[in-house]
Design a binder for this molecule. Structure first.
Ligand SMILES: NC(=O)c1ccc[n+]([C@@H]2O[C@H](COP(=O)([O-])OP(=O)(O)OC[C@H]3O[C@@H](n4cnc5c(N)ncnc54)[C@H](OP(=O)(O)O)[C@@H]3O)[C@@H](O)[C@H]2O)c1
Length: 266
């Protein structure tokens, strides 16, 4: 019998690669997707040696509308079904909204929102039928806070992923499917290099605010196993999330207006 299969998006680096390793360590075979196929092949070799699990490597660009369908077709063509879905691929798009291109904002929404929602929509019926499934949607602490200038749609997109995860979590109670939103704060990965804000962010944030991708990934795996709808990683981030619920949005917005220039490009 085949092992269970975890489909991990954005598995070529950071939190996604770490989540792939965690699922592999629990005996899952992997379907690894991202644009950089060479990274995915290297990870597939690594987890085969370390954990004895098989991986499908499916290079894809999730900003393309057809990508989710093509990824799932590749899984199916290999005679496999998705038992765990890790919607992790993501990036930031720094800059003020008016100064960015709509094509780039549309691609961001496709990667952060539409693709994960579509993948979940397409794998969920099979999970429910087999009475087993795990969905980890990687959101962000930014999705629990008011909108911030400089990454205009990022926070709102992650807020949608949080609310989507909560709704799906409730809909799947008693089906064997467990859905969690993972909300990391600052995490060591390539995220801030891709956004071009690495130096700015490193200079303005204390190291105690940062977590390693492995720690974040382990927390996400455990949240889904425990069927917790939301997982905020790390004590300081939990405090920020609690505070964001307590204080009026206006106060949060004033705080973001005064502080966000320290780690965002406008
Ligand atoms: N790091 C943080 O501080 C932080 C905090 C909160 C939330 N997050 C969230 O955590 C998730 C993972 O980010 P990370 O921190 O691990 O960053 P990362 O190291 O830059 O990894 C991002 C992953 O997403 C993939 N990706 C980006 N655009 C893609 C596209 N168009 N098509 C397919 N794959 C794409 C990248 O692969 P390719 O480039 O190979 O395609 C890469 O594997 C994201 O959703 C991010 O929003 C990160």
């Amino acid at each position: 019998m085949n092992a269970r299969l975890a489909l991990v998006t954005g598995a070529s680096s950071g939190i996604g690669a770490a989540l792939a390793r965690v699922y592999a360590s629990h005996g899952y075979d992997l379907a690894l997707t991202a644009r950089r196929g060479d990274r995915l092949h290297a990870l597939a070799d690594e987890v085969r040696l370390r954990y004895g699990v098989d991986s499908l490597v499916i290079p894809a660009d999730l900003s393309l509308v057809e990508a989710p369908e093509q990824i799932l077709a590749a899984v199916e063509a290999n005679g496999r079904e998705v038992d765990a879905l890790v919607n992790n691929a993501g990036y930031g798009l720094p800059g003020s909204y008016a100064a960015t291109r709509w094509e780039d904002q549309r691609a961001l929404l496709q990667v952060l929102v539409t693709a994960p929602c579509e993948l979940a929509h397409k794998v969920l019926p099979g999970m429910i039928e087999r009475r087993f499934g795990r969905i980890v949607n990687v959101a962000s602490l930014a999705g629990l806070a008011p909108g911030a200038p400089g990454h205009t749609l990022y926070g709102p997109a992650k807020a949608l992923i949080v609310r989507f995860s909560q709704a799906l979590h409730l809909e799947t109670q008693g089906t064997g499917v467990q859905v969690s939103a993972l909300c990391p704060g600052f995490t060591y990965s390539e995220f801030h290099d891709v956004a071009g804000t690495r130096a700015q962010v490193s200079d303005s944030t204390p190291t105690w605010l940062w977590l390693g991708a492995d720690e974040v990934a382990q927390a996400g795996y455990e949240a889904a196993e425990a069927n917790r709808p939301i997982c905020v990683t790390g004590a300081p981030n939990k405090a920020v999330a609690a505070l964001a619920k307590l204080i009026p949005d206006e106060w949060g917005m004033a705080l973001l207006a005064s502080q966000s220039g320290r780690y965002r490009k406008l």
